[in-house]
Write a protein that binds this ligand. Sequence first.
Ligand code: SAH
Ligand code: SF4
Length: 370
Amino acid sequence: MSISDALLDRIIDRAHHSKEDIVRLLSPTDAYDEGMLFKRAYEIKKRYVGNAVYLRGLIETGNICEKDCYYCGVRKGNRLVNRYLMSKEEILSSAKLAWKFGYGSLTLQSGEMTGKGHALFIEEVIREIKDLSGSELGITLSFGEQKEDVYRRWFKAGAHRYLLRIETSDRDLYGTLHPHDHSFEQRLECLHVLKEIGYQVGTGVMIGLPGQTVEHLADDIIFFRDIDADMIGMGPYIPHRDTPLAKAIDDIEEVMSFNMNLALRMIAATRIVLRDVNIASTTALQAVDSISGLVRGLTSGANVIMPNMTGNEHKGDYRLYENKPLEDENSAEYMGRLESRIRLIGEYIGYNQWGDSPHFKGKSTDVSTG
Ligand code: SAH
Ligand code: SF4
């Protein structure tokens, strides 16, 4: 069945979307339907979050990981990875550059490390980033599952957002993507704890995973709504040759381009259902279609971009999937190109702002937006 314009509008206007509505949104049958889905999602984005694109300078602080997720290139079982941990000086120098560029916010991300020494190191890094920027730089963390007291210490030190993707909201599918000791329940519990502490909480899924259906994806969007997420980070699943999940995949390019389209539909449907949250146009979209991939994310409903500030020395070793973009994103030339593409679609970069989601601001009365 084709989603006619009238039917699409009827679904969009509903105050509450059923699973069936969301499955319909995710299943346009031709290019026209799909174009309408993106167009409507884009209109909703402009209405609820405006046409500023907010930047989060992404620093991949280390690729050492205690976990063994079957899809991820830096899983601990992959012996071909050259492991690194950025020094404090390296992280601070990337942070300074992001501040100088007017990015407003940083995202610090790494493999999962739960040692006390690492927790302390990150706590110091957060404090020093706050100091060097006169508290102007916002800090998002993405360090996986940690103990509650670690989350609390990092929050107290000045981090205010946390990204922890649920990866898939389906417990059975989750079980096929992870070893037995990787617990879905624990990940869910972490999301609740982060919320309770006061972080703006982001979650998300990979799109196009083996065994994942459109029904699963519709349930994922309902999951985002139910846990009242402030931010969503999602992207296409991109196989990594040296991982168990990629073993059964013959044509990686084909999977990537199929998953790209599905990811854009997922961004559009999420914007239509959740409306006022921040949605990232993620690096995985860029891995499939370079800057155009990011722009397609924006025109499907995303409003946040995370330029990579890791620095050329380590960037190539933080390879979660094939095709990771490796061009120098710290250059004025790259930013110029990105900015002109953003202007071409009638949007602008929200420099020197945290760019919190209206969804979070609506819940909170005393959050500085820097
Ligand atoms: N270790 C932390 C943060 C780093 S991993 C954590 O797992 O939360 C960040 C995200 O990369 C993961 O949440 C996952 O969704 C994504 N990722 C990992 N492997 C991927 C792949 N092959 N394709 C697409 N995304 C992938
Ligand atoms: Fe580690 Fe995160 Fe990759 Fe899982 S997804 S192996 S936790 S870096």
